[in-house]
Ligand binder design. Structure first.
Ligand code: NAD
Length: 491
């Protein structure tokens, strides 16, 4: 059965569908970057609120700005804006739900004027974004990249805007001229301080266009930070076919996700917001502790699995996580090394959070890959693992697991695994990393000498000793035995 407004009654016998009248919901939120994650996360929270009849003027208007988003426009158009969100439990059970919260969708290259007017409309009070980390258009130094060709094009006199910045600035200018306040801008991208970064980028573009507009946005606009979490892999054709096989639902672009979901949001919405707290969103004054928790426990553990897991022969995340040696290693890393570096996180039981992470990593139905976790390590290890080591060194704390993760990375960077097979290193610094890893052979500690990655950690005797011990063990006994020894006694 295809998904359309007309077929909903037929679908209702098999899967959960909206019971609310979508035609009576007006747009209050415009979202840029309707991909897998938005449809698994924010759109589902709103869908829950609509089911509770609690957000009649908070429908979502989706917007795509890239050429590739034409596909999403077509998929949603044939399905009256709806799609199936399939929650895949670790036991393999799928719980599908037709989500109805996206009440309109516009592909900006085709119709920028409609997008601008939707943004400028008084009913639009929130703009949300999942446009990826690169979408904020920052240089490596963290400045707004004014030389990007698409940005330059949008700044040309009388240009019809094509980027998210151009469209938003034009809409803000119209709001200002009409005596309306700016909408609240909420970045839901996986970046530390995402609200701060969104503020910097949108204000920077507005300044290039009109300094007065930038001053107004800076004074009147709100950019709450948010922490978002729900592992959502890319939709695959086998997954689509499986949905049809199991439930008879013919969806051109469904989404598969895990049961866990979390959204922590700073409560700064001058023009109001939906009652998100009713559906489990945590509204807080400061997102920073939640962010630290997620980066050091979830993302740090992903790093702990990536290199050591690959060396031990694993290619799928859930297979490595199901191995008792690796599960024990992760438990010990989190409990005795990462967790003690965290401030209390209000409303969160960190022990339960840590345990739940292991269950999430073990979810076979998600099919996450070790290769995905191991990409771009030079961006990730310094942000997620090394800060734990620095904190522990300052406090005399244990660092054996974290040092083993770093040693595992160095061993991985030799480019050959324990079976003698080549390792494909995906990293902007790949050549440099391979050279440093090779030098380790005759110059122990050489890997740690790269100051752009390790700062002065390579000169800290306690860390260097733990790292060298772990590397020696990896070379002589292999990843599995090394991990097993550290895991001993940890469930
Ligand atoms: P996706 O590829 O399904 O969708 C990405 C969307 O971003 C597309 O609509 C694309 O057109 C848009 N986009 C990309 N670059 C853009 C640009 N420069 N300007 C405007 N739009 C742009 O990816 P996804 O899984 O939906 O993830 C998107 C983002 O969500 C991630 O980068 C991450 O920051 C965040 N996130 C994802 C997950 C996850 O598990 N997938 C979890 C937490 C956070």
């Amino acid at each position: 059965i295809p998904i359309t407004a007309r077929t909903l009654p037929d679908l209702a016998g098999t899967i959960s569908v909206p019971s609310y009248r979508r035609s009576e919901i007006s747009t209050g939120i415009v979202h840029f970057g309707v991909g897998g994650f938005h449809r698994a996360h924010q759109a589902r929270y709103l869908d829950l609120l609509h089911e509770a009849q609690a957000a009649p003027d908070w429908g979502i208007c989706g917007v795509g700005v890239l050429p590739a988003d034409r596909r999403m426009r077509d998929a949603l158009a044939t399905q009256d804006g709806m799609y199936t969100l399939c929650v895949a439990a670790p036991d393999g059970a799928w719980t599908p739900r037709v989500v109805g919260s996206i009440v309109e969708y516009h592909w900006a290259p085709e119709d920028p004027e409609t997008v601008i007017e939707r943004l400028a409309a008084p009913g639009t009070r929130i703009l949300t974004l999942t446009i990826t980390e690169g979408g904020y258009n920052c240089t490596p130094e963290g400045e707004f990249d004014v030389d990007h060709p698409a940005i330059r094009a949008d700044l040309a006199p009388d240009a019809m805007p094509g980027t998210v910045f151009g469209l938003v600035a034009e809409a803000l200018a119209r709001r200002r001229a009409r005596g309306l306040r700016p909408f609240t801008i909420v970045s839901c991208d996986n970046i530390a301080g995402n609200g701060r970064i969104a503020r910097a980028s949108f204000t920077a573009f507005a300044r290039l266009r009109d300094p007065e507009l930038a001053r107004w946005l800076s004074a009147e606009g709100a950019f709450p930070n948010s922490m978002v979490d729900r592992i959502t892999p890319v939709t695959t054709e086998p997954m689509r076919a499986e949905l049809a096989r199991r439930f008879g639902v013919d969806d051109s672009w469904p989404v598969l996700t895990e049961p866990f979901t979390q959204w922590v949001l700073e409560d700064e919405f001058p023009l109001g917001r939906p009652d998100l707290d009713r559906v489990g969103v945590q509204l807080v004054g400061d997102v920073a502790p939640y962010e630290l928790m997620k980066l050091r426990l979830l993302n740090g553990s992903h790093q702990a699995l990536a290199y050591l897991g690959h060396l031990a022969g694993y290619r799928l995340v859930h297979e490595a996580a199901a191995d008792p040696d690796f599960a024990g290693f992760l438990s010990r890393y989190m409990a005795t090394e990462a967790l003690p570096t965290l401030p209390p996180v209000p409303g969160i039981d960190l022990v339960a959070y840590r345990r739940e992470l292991l269950v999430r990593f073990g979810n076979a139905a998600i099919g996450d890959t070790i290769a995905r976790l191991g990409a771009d390590a030079s961006d990730r290890i310094p942000k997620w693992v090394l800060p734990v080591i620095s904190d522990r060194l300052a406090g005399e704390g244990e660092i054996a697991c974290a040092a083993t993760v770093v040693a595992g990375w160095a061993r991985y960077c030799t480019g050959v695994d324990e079976q003698g097979e080549p390792i494909e290193i995906v990293d902007p610094l790949r050549d440099r990393l391979r050279e440093l890893a090779a030098r380790e052979e005759w110059e122990p500690g050489a890997f740690l000498s790269e100051r752009t990655l390790f700062g002065t950690l390579g000169e800290q005797p306690r860390f260097v000793a733990a790292y060298r011990k772990a590397l020696q063990s990896l070379r002589t006994r292999g990843a599995r035995a090394t991990v097993r020894e550290l895991a001993a006694g940890h469930p």
